[in-house]
Design a binder for this molecule. Structure first.
Ligand SMILES: C[S@@+](CC[C@H](N)C(=O)[O-])C[C@H]1O[C@@H](n2cnc3c(N)ncnc32)[C@H](O)[C@@H]1O
Length: 259
């Protein structure tokens, strides 16, 4: 049984009767301590997974904020419809003369970067260690898969629930990806209150990543061509070997390690 890994208690609230069985299945999958309350009232102390016909939303009573993975609307939907090979992330992963390179995203999170990469044509495997974050991502991908315009993208995505270090150590040689992508959790510096709250909620869920140097070290062992690390623009590189080159954006930077 997985550890849900969150410092707050978690509850699951089915929006109506039809969702009770599904909610129970999720609770059993994630952790025995997850409660399905008997009232329809939102908890004031627990993070709540709201399970409805329109998907799964995570709500925090502390932040009064919620997270739902939505690849059709909002920033991510816009970015996917307008993504181009000139974007910084596209330039960071671009390899010359290699057909259909595969990307292993070892810090999947809510799948934004992985989805953008898949929309650019890459085969993307996303690995996430938090069962709740994985659940939210799986829910977003399932809904995206039902939309023809997006199913062309989701068919290039594999969503994996596992610790990446363990995953990489168990890959078959023929599955070693050309590119490994890493975006560890970092204190959020966005000016947008909404983005700040979403990132704070994600951090409440998974904590700040302590394993960055190990993630980099193991990624360098298994990537065939390059490891791409996303950092806040002014943050130091991850402890370890120096990147081969960097690409600077307005608020973020990519450190690229060549194999
Ligand atoms: C900043 S978020 C990634 C955001 C993602 N790039 C996006 O676009 O939505 C970092 C994520 O990496 C996950 N993570 C950290 N270490 C991991 C590991 N060893 N294995 C799998 N996932 C890990 C965390 O749980 C968190 O969800």
């Amino acid at each position: 049984m997985a550890n849900h890994g969150c410092k707050f208690p978690i509850e699951i609230q089915p929006e109506n009767h039809e969702q009770i069985v599904f909610a129970q299945k999720i609770a059993n999958q994630i952790h025995p301590s997850i409660v399905i309350p008997s009232t329809q009232q939102l908890s004031t102390t627990a993070l709540t997974l709201l399970v409805g016909f329109q998907g799964i939303t995570l709500y925090s009573p502390y932040l009064k904020a919620s997270i739902k993975v939505d690849f059709l609307n909002g920033i991510i939907g816009y970015r996917c419809r307008h993504s181009s090979n000139k974007e910084l992330i596209a330039r960071a992963v671009k390899l010359k003369n290699i057909k259909n390179p595969r990307v292993l995203d070892i810090t999947a999170g809510l799948g934004k970067d992985g989805f953008i990469l898949a929309s650019l044509g890459y085969q993307v495997s996303m690995v996430e260690k938090s069962p709740i974050v994985h659940l939210l991502l799986e829910d977003g991908l399932t809904r995206a898969n039902q939309i023809p315009e997006l199913s062309e993208i989701t068919c290039r995505i594999f969503n994996i629930y596992k610790d990446s270090i363990d995953y990489m150590h168990h890959m078959d040689k023929q599955d070693y990806p050309e590119i490994i992508y890493v975006d560890p959790m970092f204190p959020e510096r966005s000016k947008s209150a909404l983005v700040k709250k979403e990132m704070q909620l994600l951090q409440d869920l998974v904590g700040v990543d302590q394993n960055d140097p190990l993630l980099l070290e193991v990624a360098l062992e298994y990537a065939q061509k390059r490891v791409v690390v996303k950092r806040p623009r002014l943050a130091p590189p991850i402890k370890g070997p120096s990147p081969g080159f960097t690409l600077q954006g307005k608020s973020i930077r990519f450190d690229i390690y060549l194999i």
